[in-house]
Design a protein around this ligand. Sequence first.
Ligand SMILES: NC(=O)c1ccc[n+]([C@@H]2O[C@H](COP(=O)([O-])OP(=O)(O)OC[C@H]3O[C@@H](n4cnc5c(N)ncnc54)[C@H](O)[C@@H]3O)[C@@H](O)[C@H]2O)c1
Length: 356
Amino acid sequence: MRFKWESDSPSTELTVFRQLTPDGLMSGLASQWMNPFVIIDSEVHRLWKETLVNLLDSACGVFTLSALEEEKSPGTLEALWETMAESGVKRDTCAVVIGGGLTCDVGALAASTFQRGLSLLLIPTTLLCMVDACLGGKTGINLRGLKNQVGSFHPADEILLFPEFLSTLPKREFRSGLAEALKTALIGDPSACSLIREISADSGLLDTAAELAVRCLAVKAGIVGEDLRESGTRMILNLGHTVGHALESIGSFALSHGEAVGLGLAAEASMAGELGGDRNLAREIQDMLEEIGLPFTIPEIPVLQDMADVLDHDKKSRRAARRWALPFGWGDCRIVELTPEQESSILPSALASLKA
Ligand SMILES: NC(=O)c1ccc[n+]([C@@H]2O[C@H](COP(=O)([O-])OP(=O)(O)OC[C@H]3O[C@@H](n4cnc5c(N)ncnc54)[C@H](O)[C@@H]3O)[C@@H](O)[C@H]2O)c1
């Protein structure tokens, strides 16, 4: 399965492979990806190094990275640059990044900055990365406890999807990916909910997971292809993320990214309900989160001031009014500007609706 999308950046090719074997992996690689610099999640390296042996052996250098939000940092980026320099990486060396969204964010940022930009192949290994993070070119590291404060737009030249990686993914991470897929279903493909339900009941359905990834990426590609640098329509992909990122940061990353986004979707649906949206939607989203096995309530509601402090550092903020991507209904998500007064009148009750 392949699709290409065009933007003001190089086109990205997506290829889905059912079998992941040492030879299958290498035969899937175009000649431009030979002798790469490999950046790989340390857990994926531990679990899959025999399968990846040919690729790893062909690399000019390998950097393993622990997928922890604390490691998504300037220090890791600098260590990556140092290893790239020691490995003799040049402008024409390509970077191959293998891992989840965290490894892809950091690895792609290193690829976009070293020698002013290397070509990039992404091989996502989490469901969240397969359904969302691998496509769209956003790279990033955290700064001062805040998410993705430093980054760039550097779309992958090619993405290879091997759903078989999901066979070793912990259940919690698997469910996080379903939250990100739920976001995409809300934006542009509500019928993908049936796939989400099927996979949440049986995570061994790798073909169904691949189908879900392709469906979600098709929605994302359509949006990103129009607005790579997020000057307008792409902001809709932040659905669930404004509240989600704040919950992640305030909770010192105790919630996984997908868990926080799921809660963010419910809270933001509740906000949209106050603005004329479907008042049942927040409840429907919470029911779906519960069905998937994701957190659908939180024990402690953050105080508004803490939320405001984090949101004011949010890079999506714009002067006095903040732009929110809010779900008004299935397939009806809108970008809305809210003044601080409007926020303080609807955000507290939306957060309170998440109370356990
Ligand atoms: N750039 C984007 O567009 C974008 C979009 C969404 C999220 N993100 C970022 O992605 C990050 C979250 O990524 P994620 O949810 O994919 O998870 P992750 O990269 O944080 O990995 C989660 C855990 O799964 C492990 N893991 C990864 N693949 C595995 C496998 N196949 N088998 C066993 N264990 C495996 C990792 O070691 C880690 O412990 C966040 O930092 C978020 O900000 C980026």
